[in-house]
Ligand binder design. Structure first.
Ligand code: FAD
Length: 436
């Protein structure tokens, strides 16, 4: 397999990792692959999925090497909002209707418990990542938003999940804004500093014996004598198994993982640390939050009292000023107590969406496997899928017990057109947003 030439995202740009790069503890020391090495499992991609796989394999005594094209957390794992969600974007009943009862309920159970796995790993490995386990609020915009949340609440409650519907008054007290018609509090969830978490996973994996090579992009993979040899510019890895954990930022031998997704751009702005009276009024218990609008907004506090506010869009070209102006207007409307807002950091990334909004399990070749396509829900799922990959490779979970069926990557129709539509459409939505 040889790599295709997909456009590689910009590096050394403060708008890729923004606030998170400024406040995360340093990454562990890694090196560039410059020799031929042999391991049991090679992992391509240094995000949550790849590093959770590496951590769980190395804990079990398996020899692992991770190849990362740029730096640890360069992809979605270092630039997201940091909402540690339980479950996927789609409603639980839609998920089971799409996957069937067996896979659907299995996946829901795994993902429902996935935030707990994140919290446990953080505790066990002493990862410093501003972790908060106080839940998340899905905030209802108008009556239709509330009706959607009532449905979600009923579907999760039927599965025994600890979720609670709050009315407008309770929501205003908890969130610090009177604009919402209600909210759904999910007590399984929480927030993290995403880049700090992925760097912590890398450190923990190294401490357990994994080898991590950064600036070591896999350019080709060749089957030789029942094993795989993966070449980078400067060296190669021979392995029995190959885990492809490159998701929306895929380049190289299995770039079709990228081309089966539609990229949805998403940006974030962070304020300066807020004064105490504002911290006491906006999300005082530090939950994460997002709303029910189609072009949604999300907000959360970081560990130093900065408000992080995001929505759909790319901070490039005309998008930079359009989205910044909208974010200021929107914040004034949602949180009038803020007064004039100044932003300290701005950044954006690409969320990989699949055509049914569900993740994928691929067997790309014999002993070449990977999960991808998290549709903006990758922190807890990527961590949980990484553990599943490790257990499958170690023979503890047979293929029939995996949480997703095997599918082949399938390019969606009109991918580039849809991506352009998301980027331009988000600007139009933010220019014409009468409410903000
Ligand atoms: C702006 C934004 C906001 C988001 N918000 C949230 C959120 O609040 N909560 C949530 O749960 N999820 C969120 N997500 C989604 C989440 O960040 C991703 O689903 C998750 O990070 C995917 O992790 P991963 O390890 O699978 O892939 P990634 O973190 O993308 O890692 C893939 C890595 O593979 C590397 N790579 C690619 N090709 C090669 C190659 N050939 N050789 C070697 N390395 C290669 C890349 O450089 C990259 O570092 C968000 C995503 C974005 C972009």
């Amino acid at each position: 397999m040889h790599g295709t030439d997909l456009e590689y995202p910009v590096q050394n740009d403060s708008r890729t990792h923004g606030l998170w790069a400024r406040t995360a503890p340093p990454a562990p020391i890694t090196s560039v692959l410059g020799e031929r090495i042999t391991v049991d499992v090679a992992v391509i991609g240094g995000g949550y999925t790849g590093l959770s796989t590496a951590l769980h394999l190395s804990q079990a005594g398996t020899r692992v090497a991770v190849l990362e094209a740029a730096d640890i957390g360069f992809g979605g794992s270092g630039r997201n909002v940091g909402l540690v969600n339980a479950g996927m974007w789609v409603m639980p009943d839609v998920l089971t209707a799409t996957l069937g009862e067996t896979y659907g309920e299995r996946l829901l159970e795994l993902l429902g418990g996935a935030p707990r796995l994140v919290f446990e790993l953080v505790g066990k490995h002493g990862i410093e990542c501003e972790i908060e386990h106080s839940g998340t609020f899905h905030c209802a915009v108008g009556r239709s938003g509330l009706a959607e949340l009532e449905q979600r609440a009923a579907q999760w409650t039927a599965r025994g999940a600890p979720v609670r519907l709050l009315d407008a008054t309770e929501t205003a007290e908890c969130v610090g804004s009177t604009v919402y018609a209600g909210s759904l509090l999910d007590l399984r969830a929480g927030t993290i500093q995403p880049l700090a978490y992925v760097r912590g996973l890398a450190r923990a994996a190294i401490e357990c014996g994994a080898r991590i090579f950064t600036h070591s992009r896999a350019v080709s993979a060749t089957p030789t004598g029942g094993r795989w040899r993966i070449h980078t510019g400067g060296g190669s890895v021979s392995a029995d198994w190959l885990v492809v954990a490159t998701d929306a930022y895929s380049t190289g031998p299995w770039a079709q993982i990228r081309t089966e997704q539609i990229h949805l751009p998403y940006f974030n702005f962070a304020t300066r640390p807020l004064a105490k009276n504002l911290r006491d009024s906006i999300l005082p218990e530090l939950q994460g939050a997002w709303d029910t609008r189609q072009v949604l907004s999300s907000f959360r506090m970081d560990g130093h009292g900065r408000l992080v506010f995001g929505s759909v869009g790319a901070l490039r070209g005309s998008g930079t000023s359009v989205h910044e102006a909208w974010a200021k207007r929107a914040l004034r409307k949602i949180f009038p107590q803020l007064g004039e807002v100044a932003f300290e950091s701005a950044w954006y990334g690409q969320i990989g969406m699949t055509d049914d909004n569900l993740p994928r399990f691929h067997m790309l070749a014999p002993n070449v496997i990977g999960f991808s396509g998290y549709n903006g829900r990758g922190i807890a799922p990527g961590t949980a899928f990484g553990r599943i990959l490790a257990e499958h490779i170690n023979g503890r979970i047979p293929e029939s017990q995996l949480p997703l069926p095997v599918t082949q990557p399938r390019a969606p129709r009109m991918r580039r057109l849809k991506e352009a539509f998301y980027e331009i459409g988000s600007q139009i939505a933010h220019i014409t947003d009468a409410r903000h």
